[in-house]
Design a protein around this ligand. Structure first.
Ligand code: ATR
Length: 288
């Protein structure tokens, strides 16, 4: 083999590096998803998961990009830190005040983006054929996960969007931030009695501790759908609640996870992977 050919082969095996940071991160499906995307689209890259506590975030991210890393996903509890870290944030990241995708641009500028909201909307509308225009949407929770999905949902022109939270003030304040974009109101769980919704989204962190927000009876409209932003190998408490209370469908956030990853992959690589194939594969890998 000539010198130039050898050099070319060596260069071709250098993979662009990506990673997901969070704490905990052990059970993250993101490395698997991005490796499936890469194989499917013929992209040469590596993608690893790394446990990073809040105190080490800045040091780890700076080292990653200084050493040639191309992009990072950031998950709980690092999304707000990533938003602060980015040199520039996209419009949707600014609205979310949280970043799940950091990208090193050619000129060295680090761009923060948030693909969670568009991932959710893609899963609801494309994968599940759910019509959001004109629908009554209820979001449970008023933390970071809720903030990231409000603007993309309002863009779908629902009839109304209600945010209900254990700490009422947080729901009211969050709704007030978005009220110039559409009909958005905030309240506590008790105020939900006697209302019905076409789509109920659980964006509380209650599922993570196997709990359920206190929800009144009769909340789900005829043909109404429940959707938990969390996911697990087994149905979450909220998914089970939906199934037990007459929801036409009660879904978890696996599809959203794959869709937000696909949007990050597109930002980084300029190629859109086939998400359906990956969702189907991950569904077969759930515990029986
Ligand atoms: P995230 O970034 O995942 O949204 P967060 O900002 O800490 O995390 O927000 C967690 C959300 O889940 C909050 O809305 C929280 O309610 P409070 O604002 O009243 O704390 C909600 N939450 C957590 N555990 C809950 C539970 N067991 N029942 C109801 N709501 C719960």
């Amino acid at each position: 083999m000539g010198y130039l050919q050898g050099k070319k082969n060596a260069m071709m095996t250098i993979k662009d590096r990506y990673a997901v940071l969070g704490q905990p991160i052990k059970h993250s499906k993101s490395p698997r998803i991005h490796q499936l995307f890469a194989a499917q689209t013929g992209q040469l890259l590596s993608y690893h998961a790394r446990e990073v506590p809040v105190e080490q975030f800045t040091t780890v991210v700076t080292a990653f990009f200084t050493e040639g890393g191309k992009g990072l996903n950031c998950t709980v509890p690092l999304k707000e830190l990533a938003w602060n870290y980015a040199d520039e944030n996209t419009g949707r990241a600014k609205l979310s005040k949280a970043v799940n995708t950091l990208t090193l641009r050619e000129d060295g500028v680090i761009i923060g983006d948030n693909t969670d909201g568009c991932g959710l909307v893609a899963d609801l509308t494309v994968n599940h054929g759910i019509k959001l225009a004109g629908s009554r949407i209820l979001i449970l929770g008023a933390g970071g996960a809720s903030r990231g999905i409000i603007a993309p949902l309002i863009e779908q022109a629902p009839y109304s969007l209600v945010i209900a939270n254990r700490t009422i003030e947080k729901a009211v304040n969050l709704a007030a931030e978005f009220c110039d974009k559409g009909s958005v109101t905030g309240c506590g769980f008790a105020a939900l009695a006697h209302q019905q919704y076409d789509l109920i989204l659980n964006a509380t962190s209650a599922s993570l501790s196997d709990q359920l927000p206190p929800l009144p009876e009769g909340l789900i409209a005829e043909n109404g759908i429940c959707y938990d932003l969390a996911y697990g190998n087994q149905p979450t408490p909220f998914v089970r609640w939906g199934l037990g209370h007459g929801a036409a469908k009660s879904l978890d956030g696996l599809g959203m996870l794959v869709e937000q990853a696909a949007e990050a992959f597109f930002i980084w690589r300029g190629v859109r992977p086939d998400t359906q194939a990956v969702i189907e594969l991950l569904n077969t890998e759930r515990d029986p």
